[in-house]
Design a protein around this ligand. Structure first.
Ligand code: PLP
Length: 379
């Protein structure tokens, strides 16, 4: 038997409560019953994002939610600053350019996190830039960006801060309103423990104000349609009903656990996983690692593709490899969503075995021991 264990930074495993909710027979969505679901999903999505703002719940993946933010906030020719330090920073740039925005790119080496001083300087140099497009956890590298610091800087300059929290929502700390973030986007298949297919886009007061003068073309992603329908506790278009049932159950689980406990659980797993990597003589890839996933730089001569294939084939663990120029060079192990300490420990055990199987001597048990002691006495 080879038990399947999903440790990718999206999709993530689905709790039985969520799977059971999604298995319910379909119902019509213009009913009082579904209105109650809309109300609760909206309320709990706000809770998890840390906002009182309206959250548009879209039938899309994360990229659709990014696009929703762009088309609602800007007009053709607007200038924006984008932080690019990996695949998903690049996505902001690509979407913004696709809609005819002028993008000032803060181009960082993959794995780096942006220095808030650089953002401040860039905004000084571009007083006409309307917004900063940022990413909380750059999933392609495992790096965390200091969104709280960016919030203070961007607000002091009276621009908009737009944050991609696609992978980090419900894992790394995020408090949209308290941190002065104007727009947050995310989706279902990561920390929200639901299959892919739901995108979330929250626009705060200042973002909503900006959206009134946005002239970019939009129809399905027109935030105003979602906002107006939310007042009636419904959706402008047919919702992805089964996914909504799942998301409803998942958000309820997160609310019951408490968002601070959710953050603490991920912080604990992140810290332990990083200790394990170090105990195995491995280097972490990002400068400032997120708690969403642990991204490890593989030693010279270790073929990441062969490692992942072995670990998946032999032990049933699915890890993610590197993207683009990092293919084969890093391994990304998520401890995201429906995960606990022992899931994380098991993933380290599989890593140890896999490394040895392909000929890299990693002291068996050293990573697990380091993880155990980190978990037993968290800093
Ligand atoms: N942004 C980040 C940070 C991501 O991690 C991802 C997907 O992994 C995306 C955007 C794109 O999301 P999707 O693949 O759901 O469209």
């Amino acid at each position: 038997m080879n038990k399947h264990r999903l440790h990718t930074p999206g999709p993530t495993p689905i709790p039985p409560e969520v799977a059971a909710a999604m298995a319910q027979p379909l119902d019509y969505h213009r009913t009082d019953l579904f209105r109650a679901i809309v109300r609760e999903v909206e309320e709990n999505a706000r809770y998890v994002i840390g906002t009182t703002a309206d959250v548009a719940i879209l039938a899309s993946t994360g990229t659709g939610a990014l696009e929703c933010a762009v088309v609602n906030l800007f007009s053709q020719g607007d200038k924006v600053v984008a932080v690019q330090s990996g695949k998903f920073g690049e996505r902001w740039v690509e979407i913004a350019r696709a809609y005819g925005l002028e993008v000032v790119v803060i181009d960082l080496e993959w794995g780096q996190s942006v220095d808030p001083v650089v953002v401040k300087r860039t905004l000084n140099e571009h007083p006409d830039a309307k917004a900063v497009l940022s990413t909380l956890c750059e999933t392609s590298t495992g790096a965390l960006h200091d969104i709280r610091a960016l919030g203070r800087i961007v607000r002091a300059k009276d621009r908009l801060l737009v944050t991609d929290a696609v992978s980090a929502l419900g894992a790394d700390e995020l408090r949209m309103d308290e941190w002065l973030v104007d727009a947050v986007v995310s989706c279902s298949q990561k920390g929200l423990m639901t299959p892919p297919g739901i995108g979330l886009c929250a626009l705060g007061e200042r973002a909503l104000e900006a959206s009134k003068s946005s002239t970019l073309p939009k129809y399905y992603f027109d935030f105003e349609k979602y906002r107006a329908n939310l007042e009636k506790e419904t959706t402008p278009f047919t919702p992805a009903i089964s996914l909504w049932y799942g998301l409803h159950a998942a958000l309820k689980m997160m609310r019951d656990e408490g968002i601070d406990n959710v953050f603490a659980r991920h912080a604990r797993m992140g810290e332990a996983s990083r200790s394990a990597a170090k105990a195995l003589g491995l280097l972490l890839f990002p400068q400032h690692p997120a708690n969403t996933l642990t991204s490890i730089r593989l030693p010279e001569g270790v073929d990441g593709r062969a490692l992942l294939k072995r670990i998946r084939g032999e032990y049933g663990f699915v890890f993610a490899g590197g993207q683009d120029h990092l293919a084969g060079k890093i391994v990304r192990i998520a401890h995201l969503g429906w995960m606990d300490d022992f899931d994380m420990i098991a993933s380290i055990a599989a890593l140890e075995r896999g490394l040895n199987d392909i000929g890299f001597h990693a002291p068996l048990g050293a990573g697990v021991a380091a993880a155990q002691s980190s978990l037993a006495s968290p800093s």
